[in-house]
Design a protein around this ligand. Structure first.
Ligand SMILES: Nc1ncnc2c1ncn2[C@@H]1O[C@H](COP(=O)(O)OP(=O)(O)OP(=O)(O)O)[C@@H](O)[C@H]1O
Length: 562
């Protein structure tokens, strides 16, 4: 067996350690005679014989190949190569995993975009526009026309393929993207999307038209049901499967409305969890699916995908003023426009937490709840009037109630009575959604856990459920008001009738705070200056990037009809 010179020198250097029973040698090697009793050559030959299987792999550099150390200086002994768990390491790993999975989900986002989307593209059916026979027109909006359609070449005895086809203009691209995303992430929440493609414009100019195809879900939207005098009884058998064993009245209506609300919140929760904010939630965009006996969301043309930053431009908006939240934007206007997709994805949990964009949809769903409870608010004029009144009351539902309840007609009174059932649990849920500040509104997941969806309402709550309700209410509180109160007290400090801090207490506080001109104060000022500079630079560069990439990079994912 040949051993290189380098290895030989290395072995010599290590012989002391080796012969002193290093724990890293096989027993056979440890039983060798003491070094002093042997010549170096003999020692090498002996060692090579024992180590043959190891040296076969590791001939080369000495101590790097053979893990050896000095038994006297234990610190020089090689460390175990396995993973060592430490508390900070575990905390860091947990923090990283929570960040990657926090809404809207960085890790699931990358998996979706680079794996699921790819697989979907391989297997999705593809259609051409001349494969469809257009039927009845179902709707026409500012950005497209919707038809009922069927496949032209469907086999005669094949099941009738009922489709809905939308010929859309510029927002069609967004709608295709959102529908594909929703189909992968939460197929049951939105109408069943089949395919979307872009058709080249006849003269080869412009972006062309977008064609979107869904399965036909059913004839009626929630708006159709709500405009009927029979509402909510006209939905009862459709969603519950049977007529309830209850006389017609508030309790029975409440049960039906509860079921509709649960379905809406469930659909919204799934959409929000994947990072999509709809921005146009209204009864006209909620279709009843005959197949699954549930309400599903349609019309994702105005939606924003906060996971990759598609279609969110803080300063732009597309809104239906009847159902839109008072803030009008889903993101603060201070938020820079979306950067490139990987950056947007990596930053998405931070932006989500800073803006809570899902609360925009929560306000709209709150208004739908209100309309279901109050028959007089189901008409456009009723809702517009309500919106004006609420605005006058500073978007405070309690204040609105105080102004209208004393002189309420039978329709309004009926609404209050319905929401007052089970100790006012319905009113509690409503007021947690229809609030001026987005941060104070509940999210869809918490709303689903609200005791309103408990059959017995407040009265039937167990001790634990009551605790949960208290917790729910505590999390909905506006703590900025508390902060303002403390500041107010400080400002008006010291007088006996106002209460508040005395001059002595304020002095104490001032002493705790860094003094003017002190080192801490200067350091704090520099940090703040640096922070605002960083934000400004980030803002400008993001705007710059987004201006350059204004062309819709993601439209390359949308198939083109050749
Ligand atoms: N999957 C579907 N199944 C059954 N009907 C559907 C489906 N999708 C849409 N519709 C019907 O088509 C109508 C218009 O659809 P949609 O709202 O998506 O189009 P739109 O052009 O955005 O219209 P608008 O601007 O008026 O909202 C809906 O009100 C609904 O009645």
């Amino acid at each position: 067996m040949a051993v290189s010179a380098g290895a030989g020198v290395g072995l010599l250097r290590c012989k002391e350690t080796l012969l002193n029973r290093s724990p890293f040698l096989p027993r056979k090697a440890q039983r060798m005679k003491p070094a002093a009793a042997m010549g170096t050559e003999h020692l090498l030959a002996e060692f090579a014989r024992h180590m043959e299987p190891f040296l076969g792999v590791g001939v080369g550099l000495p101590c790097t190949v053979m893990e050896c150390g000095d038994i006297i200086y234990r610190s020089t002994l090689p460390r175990q190569s396995g993973l060592i768990l430490t508390a900070p390491g575990v905390a860091l790993a947990l923090a990283t995993v929570s960040y990657l999975w926090a809404t809207p989900g960085v890790a699931p986002g990358f998996f979706d975009m680079f794996f699921l989307a790819f697989i979907q593209r391989l297997f999705r059916p593809s259609f051409r526009k001349d494969e469809f026979i257009l039927g009845k027109k179902l709707g026409e909006g500012a950005f497209g026309v919707v038809y009922r359609a069927s496949l032209a070449n469907a086999k005669p005895n094949a099941p009738k393929c009922d489709l809905v086809l939308k010929k859309a203009t510029e927002y069609g691209a967004v709608e295709i993207w959102m529908n594909e995303r929703a189909r992968r992430a939460c197929a049951n929440s939105c109408a069943d999307f089949v395919y979307g493609f872009r058709e080249r414009s006849a003269k080869g100019k412009g972006r062309g038209e977008y064609w979107l195809i869904w399965r036909f879900e059913g004839e009626d939207t929630l708006s159709d049901f709500m405009t009927s005098k029979e509402f909510p009884y006209n939905v009862e058998t459709k969603i519950l499967g049977e007529v309830q064993d209850l006389p017609k009245g508030l309790e029975r209506e409440n049960r039906i409305i509860q079921t509709i609300m649960r379905q809406l919140l469930f659909a919204l929760d799934s959409l929000h969890s994947t990072g999509i904010v709809h921005r146009d939630i209204k009864p006209q965009n909620i279709i009843f699916s005959e197949g699954s006996r549930t309400f599903k969301i349609i019309d994702l043309g105005a939606a924003a995908d906060l996971r990759v930053g598609i279609n969110y431009i803080p300063k732009e908006f597309l809104l239906d003023p009847r159902y839109s939240a008072p803030e009008q934007y889903i993101m603060s206007t201070q938020t820079p426009s979306a950067p490139s997709a990987p950056v947007a994805t990596a930053l998405s949990p931070v932006l989500w937490q800073m803006n809570l964009p899902d609360r925009f949809d929560m306000y709209s769903v709150g208004l739908i709840f209100l309309q279901m409870a109050f028959p007089s608010l189901r008409t456009d004029s009723g809702l517009i009037q309500f919106n004006r009144q609420l605005k006058r009351c500073g978007y405070d539902l309690e204040a609105w109630r105080k102004t209208v309840e004393p002189r309420a007609g039978s329709d309004l009174r009926k609404g209050f009575e319905l929401l007052n059932l089970d100790g006012g649990i319905g009113w509690d849920l409503l007021t947690s959604m229809v609030r001026y500040k987005a941060r104070q509104r509940t999210d869809a997941k918490s709303a689903l856990a609200h005791p309103y969806f408990n059959q017995e309402g407040l009265l039937g709550l167990s001790y634990m459920q009551n605790l949960r309700l208290q917790w729910f209410r505590a999390t909905q509180k506006d703590y900025s008001e508390a902060a303002k109160w403390v500041i107010g007290l400080m400002a008006r400090s010291g007088t006996e009738n106002v209460g508040g801090f005395t001059e002595a207490q304020l002095l104490e506080l001032r002493e705790v705070a860094p003094k003017k001109g002190s080192q801490q104060r200067n350091a704090l000022a520099s940090i703040l200056r640096l922070q605002s500079k960083v934000i400004k630079t980030l803002d400008e560069s993001m705007d710059e990037i987004s201006r350059q990439t204004k062309s819709i990079w993601w439209s390359r994912w949308i198939p083109r009809e050749e």
